[in-house]
Design a protein around this ligand. Structure first.
Ligand code: MN3
Length: 207
């Protein structure tokens, strides 16, 4: 058994003009595939059995493998988990319903303020990584992770994970450079047009 590239439930062109076709295609078939290939190789080399990807990344600290292998696995399995999640929460033209609006209001005063804090934090984040909205013990938080780390990871003897992801946005340049070049800001703004709020609600209700 190996990890495989998940099929998208939409076409690469379906998120135009916000996320362009070429970027979507390269991001999915090259970048994501590469994380999967590397993960499979590392698991094989270290005789680790395949778990659900979220289970694997939640339990990295328990693996008895050399630290260099663990770092490689963290980066690549993290990349697989993050991108698998990312594709699922993308769809054009959805809106947050009242349930989502109310929970965001509880935490961030109102929807516009939530977007503002998320955008500012994403823009200020230095280098490559991800920004997330996570659910943790019935509260919501905006957090960032470096490289391909995921909020579910428990690393470096952390006692608790950052929380369960409801929203994630890829802040690596490969996610936007073809269309937006150095304008990370425009990319972040465009995200609101392709974020699938129906899926976010579904994840929230199931967690
Ligand atoms: Mn990416």
């Amino acid at each position: 058994m190996n990890y495989k590239l998940p099929k998208l439930l939409y076409k690469y062109s379906d998120l135009e003009p916000f996320f362009d076709t070429k970027t979507m295609e390269i991001h999915h078939t090259k970048h994501h595939q590469n994380y999967i290939n590397n993960t499979n190789l590392i698991l094989k080399k270290n005789n680790i059995k395949i778990l659900k990807i979220n289970e694997l990344i939640s339990n990295l600290d328990n693996l008895l493998i050399p630290i260099s292998q663990k770092t490689l696995l963290r980066n690549n399995a993290g990349g697989h988990a993050n991108h698998s999640f990312f594709w699922k929460i993308l769809k054009k033209n959805t809106k947050p319903n009242n349930i989502i609006l109310n929970i965001l209001k509880d935490e961030f005063s109102n929807f516009e303020n939530f977007k503002k804090i998320f955008e500012e934090k994403a823009l200020k984040f230095f280098g490559s990584g991800w920004i997330w909205l996570v659910k943790k013990q019935n509260s919501l938080k905006i957090v960032t992770t470096v490289n391909q780390d995921n909020p579910l990871m428990l690393l470096n003897n952390q006692k608790e994970s950052l929380g369960y992801p409801l929203i994630g946005l890829d802040l690596w340049e490969h996610a936007y450079y073809l269309k937006y070049q150095n304008n990370r800001n425009l990319y972040i703004q465009s995200f609101w047009n392709v974020l699938n709020w129906d899926k976010v609600l579904q994840i929230f209700l199931n967690k």
